[in-house]
Design a binder for this molecule. Structure first.
Ligand code: SAJ
Length: 460
């Protein structure tokens, strides 16, 4: 049996490697376009080198294993789809303009077309990308049928099996998380369940319909966004009231029993990534497509989910407000101040910078006349999109001479920062520290001579 995986990114690569290592699988093709920006992945993967730069336990070892055993290869030759018994697609589905609920399905459509062009009877096609509910049984089916001349449900099987991975633990997540798997009909569901059962270890397959799987995926990220918005809102209240949101958080989470589960997440400098920033819009678009008024409240109010998005989107602006207020305490303004922005990746100890909350902060600070230098130990300026000029991996050089150090990511390297050392590097009379991820001990930094601000740290 042969499997094809479209999209050699954070989701496609680990999935392809696990399929390649699974019993009964003869070969896995990783399909990757040979473009100027992503074509480099083909050669790297075929040499057994992972193009993903953050820490991914076990990933490169597994890659080397399946490359040398001949079970995996990466190719731009999509005609090999014809050899495959199953093809999965893990291609990004970003939003051009979230407010208008307009997703950019161009890359996904291109991928589906390429599958359709070479599709042979009996193949199972699975979408792993997060998509607007209704897409599998609607758009995907239409494109595949039009390109192949085959009929879904009769000549080929079609399903949705949304990925549930988190950067930094890709392999583990695929093996251990339960997997919702939904076909457009019973045979498609059964075949997709059989495929994913091969790579799950402790995870269970949960069969459902394609549309239910689409709603499940977008809802779980919407709920996570909502929970983060709840604690971010509380962080703003705690700052106003002069109390510490982390104490409140522990207190709220301490009530156990009586069937109460308090899933309290962490406040912070913002919510980034490819998923939480847009999946709410996929969910709401899915409802909107049912009819012109399907989504609206009768009195025109916004949905809870849209409000939550707005709170999380506001956090970088709040970081700027904290920076301005701390600088004012030291007699400075944003205009003319030097800011060391620590962390460009959206998630800790990763090189993934998609929709990073650092970016709006960076742009607002520059527009206000500050000079901003950016550090990130992981992000590679050569391959990450929209990286600010001069992004550096040299932490001391970025901090040297700064009026304000602003922490946006909770990278391990920042948790080890020593206040006295940073104070010496800043070199000014009264430097500022703004902590967006609660990585420093406020008392120690105030003692070392800093003006301190932190998300949710009212008083300090
Ligand atoms: N964040 C907070 N506070 C928290 C947790 C996260 O501010 O308590 C911020 C992070 O700093 C980051 C953003 O939210 O900027 C997203 O972080 P994340 O931990 O949710 O990471 P993602 O987006 O890579 O992963 C999510 C996960 N979804 C759920 O847990 C419901 C993951 O399981 C999904 O597979 C992934 O989206 C996806 O691909 O959809």
């Amino acid at each position: 049996r042969k499997i094809g995986v479209f999209g050699m990114g954070y989701v496609g690569i680990p999935a392809a490697l696990l399929f390649a290592d699974a019993p009964g699988i003869e070969h896995v093709y990783g399909f990757q376009r040979d473009s100027p920006t992503s074509g480099y992945k083909i050669a790297r993967l075929n040499q057994g080198e992972s193009p993903l730069k953050g820490e991914e336990p076990g990933l490169e070892d597994l890659l080397q294993k399946v490359v040398s055993s001949g079970n995996f290869s990466c190719t731009p030759d999509f005609s090999k789809v014809a050899e495959c018994d199953a093809v999965t697609l893990a291609i990004q589905t970003p939003f051009k303009d979230p407010k208008d609920l307009l997703p950019d399905f161009t890359p996904l459509i291109e991928g589906i077309r390429n599958v359709g062009r070479h599709l042979t009877p009996g193949t199972l096609v699975v979408l792993e990308s997060t998509i607007t509910p209704g897409t599998t049984a609607g758009m995907a089916r239409e494109i595949l049928e039009a390109e192949s001349g085959l009929v879904a449900g009769e000549d080929f099987a079609l399903a949705h099996a949304p990925e549930r991975v988190m950067v930094g633990r890709l392999l583990r997540n695929i093996r251990e998380h339960d997997r919702c798997v939904g076909g457009i009909d019973e045979v498609s569901t059964r075949r997709a369940v059989e495929l994913y059962s091969r790579v799950l270890t402790t995870g269970q397959v949960i069969p459902m319909t394609a549309t239910a799987a689409e709603v499940t995926k977008t809802a779980e990220n919407t709920f996570r966004d909502l929970q983060i918005a709840a604690i971010n809102q509380l962080a703003l209240y705690c700052e106003a009231m002069g109390i510490n949101v982390y104490d409140v958080r522990d207190g709220v989470a301490s009530l156990k029993g009586e069937g109460i589960t308090r899933a309290v997440l962490w406040p912070g400098a913002g919510v980034g990534g490819h998923c939480l920033t847009k999946d709410t819009y996929h969910l709401e678009r899915g409802v909107q497509q049912l009819g012109p008024n399907a989504l609206d409240f009768p009195d025109g109010r916004e949905s809870l989910y849209t409000l939550a998005r707005g709170i999380n989107d506001f956090m970088p602006a709040h970081m700027l407000h904290l920076t301005t207020s701390a600088l004012a305490q030291t007699g400075k303004t944003l205009k003319g101040s030097k800011i060391a922005l620590l962390g460009w990746a959206f998630i800790n100890d990763s090189d993934d910078a998609r929709n990073t909350p650092s970016e709006p902060f960076y742009e607002m600070a520059i527009a206000a006349g500050a000079e901003v230098r950016v550090h990130d130990p992981w992000v590679d300026p050569a391959t990450a999109p929209d990286v600010p000029a001069g992004l550096s991996k040299d932490l001391e050089a970025v901090i040297r001479g700064a009026d304000a150090v602003v922490v946006f990511a909770g990278h391990r390297e920042y948790r080890g920062l020593v206040a006295e050392r940073v104070e010496g590097l800043c070199g000014c009379k009264w430097p500022v520290i703004v902590d967006g991820r609660n990585v420093v001990d406020p008392d120690a930094w105030i003692r070392a001579g800093f003006a301190y601000r932190g998300i949710g740290r009212g008083g300090k």
